[in-house]
Ligand binder design. Structure first.
Ligand SMILES: [Zn+2]
Length: 271
């Protein structure tokens, strides 16, 4: 599932490639991924020039001229691919945008995703994104002070807090693993038991994990705009059950945390 680093990278590439270019044709092959009837969706996008593409959490926010936003969420995964012409089109995709210079953008959701068109006036009431928290790396406001403020007075476990996109946007069950490991925190740790020093370590663990992943263009099993895989092939403890902890050599364990799995070093991350 693509998380902050993969989506960040895709948005940067879309911004670089498509800014100043105009959508000439929209084709939709799965209408239920839209927020509007296909004809209305198409009317909102066609003949508009892309001003900027950026990301908020796991969403790509594309701003078109005339105050229109094209919002994209890949759900459990997907390919957003840019083609110079129709000779490299994939066999299956749900949305296709043709550009004025002949290039084609295809969007294929592996399972299900969202392609929404929203006007400036509808952005604050767009339910799926209006409540998103700040995005680390992307938003300069996601400082240590901001993060410590978010944690103040909160209850529940550190893992469920971090997975809630309204708190921090962009972290999912992949990048949370090494973020917690770097902070020496067990995913079940209660927020109200964290010391100030542990909270600061958690902030740094998140920032280090995500910024390294952004630099490496994300996971090796996800593709970028050009169909190229990311550079991350393994984690410190994530998905490494049965192998040695890189810090203390204890055996990494896979445990159940609610509906998700967690990978921890039982020695470095005590509950
Ligand atoms: Zn360890």
């Amino acid at each position: 599932m693509p998380e902050l680093p993969e989506i960040y990278n895709l948005a940067e590439q879309m911004n670089r490639e498509l800014s100043g270019h105009t959508i000439k044709r929209v084709r939709v092959f799965q209408e239920k991924c839209l927020n509007l009837p296909a004809a209305d969706f198409s009317n909102m996008l066609v003949d508009r020039q892309l001003a900027t593409a950026t990301s908020r959490g796991k969403w790509i926010f594309t701003r078109l001229d005339g105050g229109v936003w094209f919002l994209l969420n890949l759900g459990m995964g997907g390919d957003v691919l840019l083609h110079n012409d129709d000779s490299t089109l994939p066999a299956k995709y749900q949305v296709r945008l043709d550009w004025e210079d002949g290039r084609i953008l295809t969007i294929r959701f592996w399972w299900f995703g969202y392609a929404h068109a929203v006007g400036d006036d509808g952005l604050s009431s767009h339910k799926m994104t209006a409540g998103l928290g700040l995005t680390p790396i992307r938003d300069a406001g996601f400082t240590e002070q901001h993060f410590l403020g978010l944690l103040r007075g909160r209850k529940g476990s550190v893992k469920s807090f971090l997975l809630d996109q309204d708190n921090v946007a962009g972290i999912g069950n992949v990048y949370i693993q090494d973020s917690l490991f770097r902070a020496g925190l067990h995913p079940h740790r209660k927020l109200n038991s964290l010391t100030e020093a542990e909270k600061a370590l958690l902030y740094r663990g998140i920032m280090q994990t995500l910024s390294e992943a952004v630099q490496l263009h994300g996971l090796a099993y996800e593709k970028d705009l050009y169909g190229q895989p990311g550079g991350i092939k393994e984690f410190l403890v994530g998905y490494r059950q049965g192998q040695a902890c890189p810090v203390c050599a204890a055996t990494v364990e896979k445990i159940k945390t609610g509906s998700t799995a967690s990978y921890i070093c039982p020695n470095c991350q005590k509950c």
